[in-house]
Ligand binder design. Structure first.
Ligand code: HEM
Length: 603
C-alpha cells in the first residue's frame, strides 16, 4: 500500500506536461490481472496499438513504460543513455542484483558494471578474432549425428550444441555443458517475472526460508552456482599451470588477472560464468524457431539448400563461407525478427524525471523496449507476421541493404537491445546461428509431420515414404521430448538424467558403461502436452520465461538424399578419434538437495 501511495505521489506531473497514456488498472495491483502469463508480449503489443508507441502501465505500484518503436527506443535508451541505463531490482534473487557484481546484465550502472563490460568487450573481441576457436564447427558435427540418431530429442541436441560451444568458449572444454544448461535454466527462473514467485509477490522474500520454500530454492541455486563457478575457475587454473588449457575466456582472465581491476575473490569466476550462462540458452531459441519456420513456410528451405549446395558442396558450412551465404544470413536474421528470443526485452531503469514529446516520464520508471512489437513495424517489415527471409536479400524491401557479402547481419539489430546496455554476445550468437542453422539445413529436410493432427490447417508437406526403411527407422519427434533439465529445473527431485544414457552411446573417453548394474535408469516422465487448442496459432506456442522458445513440437527431420548423412557421421567419427569430444560430467551426484527439508521447493 505504501508503495502505491508513494508511486501516486511520484506521478505528480510537472506543469505543461501530460501523463503517458496507458490502461487504468485496479487499485494497488494495477494492471497485473490483465497481463496473461502466456505470451504477455502479445498483450503489451496490443496495448501499443491502443495507446501508441510509448505508454505506461502500473504493475503493483511500479511504473512500467513500454516502447514499441525503434525510433522512440533509440531517442530515449540510446541518445539519453546517461539516465536510461540503470536496471531494476529483481526481488526473487538472494543477493541484490544491482550491486552484487555477479551478473553483468543485471547490474546497476555502477563501477562493477563498467569494469565487467570492459572485460566482456575484451573477451568477445579475442574470440571473434580467433573465429571462436572453431568451437561452433566442431560441435555442429556432434549435433548433426545426435539429430540423425535421435530426432525426437531435437531440442535437446540444439540446446546441447549451444551449451557445449559456450562451455568451450568459457572454460576451454565441453564437459560441464549439461551443468551449465542447468545453471542457466535456474537463473532464468530466478530472474523471470513469470518464473520465481518472489518476483510476483516480492514481500514473500522477507519471510524465513521455512515459510517460503521458493526462497530456500533460490538460496540453494545461488550457492550451487557459486560452487560451480569456483570449481570451473580452479580447474582452468590447474590446466594453465600444466600448460594444457585450451583457449577460453577464463584462460584469458587468468593470464592477466590484475588487469581487470576485479574487486572480490570470485568476480572473475562470475564474469566468465555469467557469459557462459548468457550464451547457454538464448541462442538455442532461434535454432528451435528455425525448425518451426521451416515447417510452416516450406518454400524457403529449398532456397537455402540450393545456396548451401552451391557454396559448400559436400561439407557443412564453415566460418569462411559467411560472405557467400547471404540467404543463410537472411534466414538467421528473419528467425530473430519473426520470433525475438527476448520478446519483452530486458528492462532499463530511468534514474531521473524526464520528458518526451510533451509527456512526463517519472524517475524510477522501468523501461521496456518491446522487441516483439519493434520487430513488427509494418513500415519497416511489410506483412510483419509472415516469416519471409527474402525481405533481407531482395531489392525493394525496406530492409534490403548492400553489399550482400556483409548484409544481412544480426549484428546491431534491435533484438539485442539499446544504448549502453546492448548485448555483448552478438558475435557469438551470430557465429553459432550461422554454423548451427547452416549445418542443419545442409543435412536435413524439415517439414510438418505427416502424422501431425495438432492443427486443423496442418496439411503434411512431405509424406513419409512407407517403402523407405531408413525414413521409417528415423521416426520423427514422436515423443516431442522436453529436455531433462527443463523437467528437473528445481521443481522436482533430480532423477538420473537422460544425458547419462546418451553419454555412453558415442564412446567418449570416460563415458558411462552401456551395460551392467551401473547403467543409469531413466524413469519415463509424462510427455509434455503439445497439442494446442484449435484456436491458437501453432507457431506461437512458446515458453513463458524471459527467453521465449517454441515448446517442443512434432515435425519430420529427414536426412537429405545422397551421401550427406554418411559424411556427417564420418566427420564426427574423425573428431572422436582425435579426442575432440568428451562426455558430460555430473557435478553433484544423485539426489542433490532433495533430502534437505528446505532443499528443492516449488518456485
Ligand atoms: C540470440 C542470442 C541473444 C539475444 C537475442 C540476446 C539479447 C540480449 C538483450 C535484449 C539484452 C539487453 C540489452 C538492453 O538492455 O538493452 C542483452 C544483454 C546482454 N547480453 Fe545478450 N543476447 C543473446 C546472446 C548473448 C550471448 C551469447 C552472450 C554472451 C556470451 C550475451 C551476453 C549479454 C550481456 C553480457 C548483456 C548485458 C549487457 C549490459 O547489461 O551491459 N548475450 N542480450
Amino acid at each position: 500500500v505504501w508503495k502505491y501511495i508513494e508511486a501516486s505521489r511520484r506521478h505528480r506531473i510537472p506543469t505543461g506536461l501530460k501523463t503517458l497514456p496507458g490502461p487504468k488498472g485496479y487499485p494497488i495491483i494495477g494492471s497485473i490481472p490483465d497481463v496473461p502469463e502466456k505470451n504477455a508480449f502479445v498483450k503489451f503489443a496490443d496495448w501499443s496499438k491502443e495507446y501508441g508507441p510509448i505508454y505506461q502501465v502500473n504493475l503493483a505500484g511500479h511504473n512500467h513504460v513500454w516502447i514499441s518503436s525503434d525510433q522512440v527506443a533509440k531517442d530515449l535508451l540510446a541518445k539519453k543513455g546517461a539516465i536510461y541505463s540503470d536496471r531494476p531490482h529483481i526481488p526473487a534473487l538472494i543477493d541484490d542484483n544491482r550491486t552484487s557484481a555477479q551478473y553483468l546484465p543485471l547490474l546497476s550502472k555502477n563501477d562493477g558494471w563498467a569494469r565487467q563490460r570492459k572485460f566482456a568487450n575484451a573477451i568477445m573481441r579475442d574470440s571473434e578474432k580467433a573465429l571462436f576457436h572453431r568451437y561452433p564447427e566442431v560441435e555442429a558435427k556432434r549435433m548433426l549425428v545426435e539429430l540423425l540418431d535421435e530426432p525426437d530429442r531435437y531440442n535437446h541436441a540444439l540446446e546441447s550444441f549451444i551449451s557445449r560451444v559456450t562451455c568451450r568458449l568459457a572454460w576451454g572444454h565441453s564437459d560441464a555443458s549439461d551443468e551449465l544448461k542447468q545453471r542457466a535454466r535456474e537463473l532464468l527462473i530466478g530472474v523471470s517475472p513469470t518464473g520465481a514467485l518472489g518476483n510476483k509477490l516480492p514481500f514473500l522474500m522477507s519471510l524465513p526460508d521455512w515459510l517460503f520454500p521458493a526462497k530456500a530454492w533460490e538460496r540453494r541455486r545461488a550457492a550451487t552456482e557459486r560452487r560451480f563457478f569456483e570449481i570451473m575457475q580452479s580447474e582452468v587454473e590447474a590446466d594453465v599451470r600444466d600448460k594444457k588449457a585450451a583457449p577460453s575466456w577464463m584462460k584469458l582472465f587468468l593470464e592477466n588477472r590484475t588487469k581487470w581491476g576485479f574487486k572480490y575473490e570470485l568476480e572473475g569466476a562470475y564474469a566468465v560464468g555469467m557469459h557462459g550462462i548468457a550464451g547457454a540458452l538464448t541462442i538455442a531459441a532461434p535454432m528451435q524457431t528455425f525448425c518451426l519456420a521451416m515447417c510452416f513456410y516450406p518454400q524457403f528451405l529449398p532456397m537455402l539448400q540450393e545456396e548451401l549446395d552451391r557454396v559448400c558442396g559436400d561439407r557443412p558450412p564453415v566460418s569462411e563461407d559467411r560472405p557467400n551465404l547471404p540467404f543463410l544470413r537472411a534466414v538467421v536474421r528473419e528467425c530473430l525478427r519473426w520470433r525475438p528470443p527476448v520478446p519483452t526485452g530486458i528492462p532499463h531503469m530511468l534514474t531521473q524525471d524526464d520528458e518526451y514529446n510533451g509527456y512526463h516520464i517519472p524517475k524510477g520508471s522501468v523501461m521496456h523496449p518491446l522487441e516483439w512489437a519493434i520487430a513488427r513495424d509494418p513500415t519497416m517489415f511489410p506483412d510483419p507476421e509472415a516469416f519471409n527471409p527474402s525481405r533481407w536479400v531482395e531489392p525493394g524491401y525496406p530492409t534490403y541493404q548492400e553489399p550482400l557479402t556483409q548484409y544481412p547481419t544480426i549484428i546491431n539489430c534491435s533484438q539485442f537491445g539499446y544504448g549502453r546496455r546492448t548485448c555483448q554476445g552478438q558475435t557469438v550468437a551470430d557465429e553459432d546461428l550461422f554454423i548451427g542453422i547452416g549445418s542443419i539445413a545442409w543435412l536435413f529436410d524439415i517439414s510438418r509431420t505427416a502424422k501431425d493432427t495438432s492443427s486443423p490447417t496442418s496439411e503434411p508437406d512431405v509424406v513419409v515414404d512407407p517403402e523407405n526403411v531408413e525414413h521409417q527407422t528415423i521416426f520423427l519427434n514422436e515423443k516431442a521430448t522436453i529436455s531433462s533439465e527443463e523437467l528437473n529445473a528445481g521443481v522436482e527431485p533430480v532423477e538420473p538424467r537422460l544425458e547419462d544414457i546418451i553419454l555412453s552411446k558415442y564412446n567418449y573417453p570416460g563415458s558411462f558403461p552401456t551395460t551392467g548394474e551401473d547403467q543409469p535408469q531413466f524413469i519415463e516422465k509424462p510427455k509434455a502436452e503439445t497439442k494446442l487448442p484449435e484456436t491458437i496459432d501453432p507457431t506461437l506456442d512458446f515458453s513463458t520465461l524471459l527467453i521465449a522458445k517454441p515448446l517442443p513440437f512434432k515435425f519430420d527431420l529427414l536426412p537429405r538424399a545422397g551421401e550427406r548423412a554418411a559424411k556427417a557421421r564420418s566427420l564426427f567419427n574423425e573428431g572422436l578419434e582425435k579426442g575432440d569430444y568428451t562426455g558430460s560430467r555430473k557435478f553433484w551426484g544423485e539426489n542433490q538437495g532433495i533430502h534437505s527439508p528446505l532443499g528443492w521447493g516449488k518456485v
